[in-house]
Design a protein around this ligand. Structure first.
Ligand SMILES: Cc1cc2nc3c(=O)[nH]c(=O)nc-3n(C[C@H](O)[C@H](O)[C@H](O)COP(=O)(O)OP(=O)(O)OC[C@H]3O[C@@H](n4cnc5c(N)ncnc54)[C@H](O)[C@@H]3O)c2cc1C
Ligand SMILES: C[S@@+](CC[C@H](N)C(=O)[O-])C[C@H]1O[C@@H](n2cnc3c(N)ncnc32)[C@H](O)[C@@H]1O
Length: 689
């Protein structure tokens, strides 16, 4: 074994993204479905020359072909988690039929995960129309209400208090499926007829599905075409033709019985030798109760885990802190880099999460944010939006007059308007997350060190206090304690990460202001409930001063005046401040995922973070910089899903972008480039998984 510390003593100095990595990271613009309804009300796609469902009716087809074809609901009875993957979400009839069957089944799984891919999802109004005279109107209305902007990539929508989890994957199946990490118990193959749409049934697509089949998985489809049967057979499925419903003579059912399993794509993918125990006790510790820790804890608890959160501070905020607020929003970047894609996914996710929260209990506003553009003109902004194919319910380019009208204050420049963005009171949000059932909080206790100990049949992690006493013990532990994660990594001899820490001060005053929504640009400002505003924020590296400073207030108010012309009361006694710290990695992306193993065997592939061996049960969720409100809820879901083995809510390229192992990969690449060697094992291979 090579101690990892020899390879990289301090992880995170390498910041460059590899070329192939960059190419995989672009998201394709989404072209929404064009749908025509015939005289009988059957929806058709003129582009594909096919109907969305047969004349027997969408629900009858869904039940006979897809549910019965997969032995549902019988096969999911008594499961904790059951995952269905669908190629072709279409008008979501199969989803609603499955949801309805799940709802009425007394033996339903605790959680149903439904992953569905579509290159041309319907516009909200078409989805609404498709379900107007259909059964399950109430479920359809929930789906329509939660329907996301048609932006490429993944969208997690939760229903039934998180028991029904829909993972929408908007994009072409051949591009996006290799980016998805899940393990399905049942497949619905529903991508128009293979002769009209061979792309959806390509043998490589079927192979990719086979690699995502859980043991005992089944598949069903309307098509019995020879090419489909052959493709499924080469993907390890055994096919059977059965009598079809209505006028359809036969449909296809299949079960996965591969002769050998080739590296399955599962959420917990672990290299050989580090395989996870089959049913580990579902208990976890989260160190730190900031936005990251609270988000991880809530996501784990929603998956049925018992979570102990340990926080060194008292959890109750004082009155001043309770009036704190921060902004959340996406960004539009011509290069479609991982930052832009991640912020987009995060902003959409946080905004959806807020939609389910009571604004009295968790003060927030998601009615839009304006980001002032200092460089581009309106035409260039619109061209950028068009080139990226971003819809108007996600972002719009506004001229200065329209931006001013929306904001209620004078803005001198054009602005990007993000309709679903806004602001949140973070401490109320944290309190809400920590109040989820299944979470126990130990406040006012500092974790000084970690240790391994025998717990039942498996090793477990212990969180120790300053006297070496065990504060909590569990098989999984998440370090969500910002830069202090390094102290705890050092306590077990693991390499630490290169993190920078920057002091920030935000300023607040109570006064009546005409501002109607949050603004960002060089700094930010948001209207507080009642009266007053909060603006900020300063940036001073390596500065430990916890007290608000008048000079910093003045700097914030100068920014405020440049943003929108507003000014504070003249008397400094009316100015209030909040000081905090932002923690960054070298590449300004968070650390979210399992920690790489402390020792790596010679010959281990170091070319992709996803292939690295991991330290069993130890995870990170930190270094959120200045964007935790945008990123922590989604990355908390990512960390929890990696622990629980449920479908991952981000594409593989973005999982890699936040993977704590990425710095090892970059260091290995840099080392082989320096030595004039070929890239680390397999670096030139880009296998479609
Ligand atoms: C002035 C200012 C303005 C900001 N504005 C925004 C904004 O508008 N939008 C936005 O998204 N972000 C904003 N940020 C950034 C945001 O506040 C941070 O990204 C966020 O707080 C990071 O959350 P975290 O949970 O990772 O870390 P933290 O909030 O630092 O939480 C870590 C927790 O771990 C605890 N802890 C540490 N060590 C231990 C230990 N050993 N044992 C037990 N507990 C421990 C700490 O007490 C702490 O509560 C701002 C930051 C500043 C400073
Ligand atoms: C028959 S419809 C699906 C019907 C759907 N399952 C339902 O329950 O309403 C087929 C879907 O496949 C999608 N599709 C076609 N080609 C695709 C591709 N290459 N990648 C992803 N989706 C594709 C279409 O946009 C269409 O929505």
């Amino acid at each position: 074994m090579v101690p990892l510390v020899l390879l990289v003593c301090v992880l995170g100095r390498g910041t460059r993204t590899h070329g192939a990595e960059k190419r995989r990271m672009a998201t394709q613009p989404i072209e929404p479905a064009r749908i025509e309804w015939d005289a009988d009300g059957v929806p058709r796609s003129p582009a594909f020359g096919d109907v969305y469902h047969a004349r027997i009716g969408a629900q009858a087809q869904a039940r006979a072909v897809f549910l019965d074809g997969n032995g549902l609901p019988r096969r999911w009875a008594g499961c904790c988690d059951f995952t269905i993957a669908e190629t072709g979400l279409g008008l979501a009839h199969n989803l609603l039929a499955t949801w309805a069957a799940w709802r009425t089944d007394p033996a339903r799984p605790a959680r149903l995960h439904y992953v569905s891919i579509d290159a041309h999802p319907p516009r909200r109004e078409d989805l609404e129309r498709a379900h107007r005279d259909q059964p399950h109107a109430e479920l359809a209305a929930q789906l329509v209400q939660a329907w996301p902007p048609l932006v490429g990539g993944l969208h997690r929508l939760d229903f039934e208090n998180g028991a029904l989890r829909l993972l929408l994957a908007f994009g072409d199946v051949q591009e996006l499926l290799p980016q998805l990490v899940f393990s399905a118990d049942a497949f619905y193959l529903d991508g128009f007829a293979p002769d009209r749409n061979p792309r959806m049934w390509d043998p490589r697509v079927l192979k990719a599905l086979g690699r995502r089949a859980a043991p005992g998985a089944t598949a069903a489809t309307w098509s019995v075409a020879r090419s489909v049967r052959d493709g499924l057979a080469s993907a390890g499925f055994v096919c059977e033709r059965v009598a079809g419903p209505g006028a359809k003579r036969q449909t296809l059912r299949a079960h996965h019985a591969p002769r050998h399993r080739s590296s399955p794509v599962t959420p917990q993918s672990a290299p050989p030798g580090l395989a996870r125990p089959p049913s580990p006790p579902r208990r976890a510790i989260v160190v730190g109760a900031g936005l990251a820790g609270a988000s991880c804890a809530a996501a784990l608890a929603a998956l049925g885990w018992e979570v102990t959160v340990i926080e060194r501070r008292a959890v109750q905020p004082d009155a001043g802190q309770a009036r704190l607020a921060g902004i959340l929003h996406a960004t539009v970047h011509a290069a479609e880099n991982p930052h832009a894609r991640l912020l987009r996914a995060g902003a959409l996710y946080t905004s959806r999460l807020l939609a389910g929260l009571d604004a009295q209990r968790v003060p927030h506003d998601r009615s839009g944010l304006l980001r002032i553009e200092q460089v581009l003109g309106l035409t260039a902004m619109q061209e950028r939006i068009d080139a990226l194919g971003l819809p108007a319910d996600f972002v719009q380019a506004l001229d200065a007059a329209s931006a001013s009208a929306r904001a209620g204050v004078a803005i001198d420049h054009p602005a990007w308007y993000y309709p679903g963005a806004g602001w949140i009171a973070p401490l109320a949000f944290i309190a809400d997350r920590l109040a989820q059932p299944g979470i126990r909080c130990i406040a006012g206790s500092t974790v000084h060190a970690l240790a391994r100990a025998q717990g039942g049949s498996h090793d477990e992690w212990q969180a120790l206090d300053g006297e070496g006493r065990v504060l909590a013990q569990a098989p999984e532990l998440v370090l969500a304690n910002a830069e202090q994660a390094n102290t705890l990594l050092a306590s077990i001899g693991a390499p630490v990460f290169a993190l920078s820490r920057e002091r920030g001060q935000a300023s607040r005053f109570d006064a009546s202001v005409p501002l109607r929504c949050a603004l960002a640009g060089d700094g930010y400002v948001l209207p507080l409930p009642g009266a007053g505003l909060l603006c900020g924020a300063t940036r001073s590296p390596d500065d430990d001063d916890p007290m608000p400073r008048e000079a910093d207030h003045r700097a914030n108010f100068e920014r405020l005046s440049r943003l929108c012309g507003l000014r504070p009361p003249v008397d400094p006694a009316a100015w209030q401040g909040h000081v905090g710290w932002r923690v960054h990695t070298g590449d300004r992306l968070p650390l979210a995922g399992p920690l790489p193993a402390r020792s790596i065997a010679p010959g281990t592939r170091l070319d992709q973070a996803r292939l690295l061996p991991r330290e069993r049960g130890l995870h990170l969720a930190c270094a959120f910089g200045s964007r935790a409100l945008t990123l922590a809820p989604l990355l908390g879901e990512l960390v929890a899903a990696r622990i629980a083995g449920t479908p991952l809510p981000l594409e593989q390229s973005l999982i890699d972008a936040v993977d704590p192992g990425r710095f090892i990969v970059r260091a290995a690449r840099a080392a082989s480039a320096l030595a004039g060697l070929s890239p680390p094992m397999g670096a030139t291979r880009n296998r479609a998984a």
